[in-house]
Design a protein around this ligand. Sequence first.
Ligand code: VAH
Length: 308
Amino acid sequence: AVLVTGSKGQIGTELVEYLRGQYPKVIATDIRGGDHYLDVSAKDTTLLERLVVENDVGCVVHLAAVLSAAAERDAAAALRVNNGGTEMVLEVARRHALRVFVPSSIAVYGAGTPKRARENSPARPSTIYGVSKVYGEMLGEYYHERHGLDFRSLRIPGVISSKAMPGGGTTDWAVEIFYDAIRRSRYSCFLSPTTSLPMVYIDDLIKGIATFIQVPRSRLARSTYNVGAFSVSPANLAEAIRAELPFDCDYRISALRQAIADTWPESLDDSAARRDWDWNPTFDLRATTTTMIELLSNRLASAERAIS
Ligand code: VAH
């Protein structure tokens, strides 16, 4: 069985659904509910260990985290959830010899990193979220070296998806823009038009995570890999949307989130993931735009009908 923390989040919502097509049992936990209430920031391993033992869990997918902008607003809470939660999950995994997947992020890279980041590019973040993600990677690799724990991590770019909103991220604009394009044909973007960041469409990401957690360890040359798909700026994405809908984008820059985005790389070199475990994203900017507009139009239209 696989246990997922943060199962109600942007990635968790769609990953749980996908994994349920592959595994006999997927235990979904979240502080907001799901199958089981689980607050990973509490230092109490009792509930997690009970779920692991009772359900014969072999792999934990630990998604619960406070994202970049929210983490700058409440550093103490973010460190409690991100660092404390990962500490707790790694310790339970060590005791029960579980495989562990903990997502990392392009946020581990800082201003001094080349704009096309490789795995061995400097990872000197200047955000609390980035610091907590480097910590997660380092602690997981320590558990791998010191205790033989099968720890795996992916440095994930911004995620574009339609079923659950991201919460408090710097790349949330790339999701919000589609909701506003459909609802009101306009969007006020909190990043500047030329801020180009690496992104991935959710279908590619969840297939990639599902592949990465089950590939034999012998194929992995490292615990942590970059994964990317395409890079896009608000101006590029606005143009791609305008090719399908009447749409206008203006800019009300958030100083906090622009400062965060400015430290991140524009693209990721993910050749190692493609070579070692066949990472192979298929959604480019156009396919992502077309699919998002189709899925959201249907969902928002049926939601309108439901309340009318
Ligand atoms: C964030 N969506 O914006 C997350 C992610 C690379 C961005 O880490 O914080």
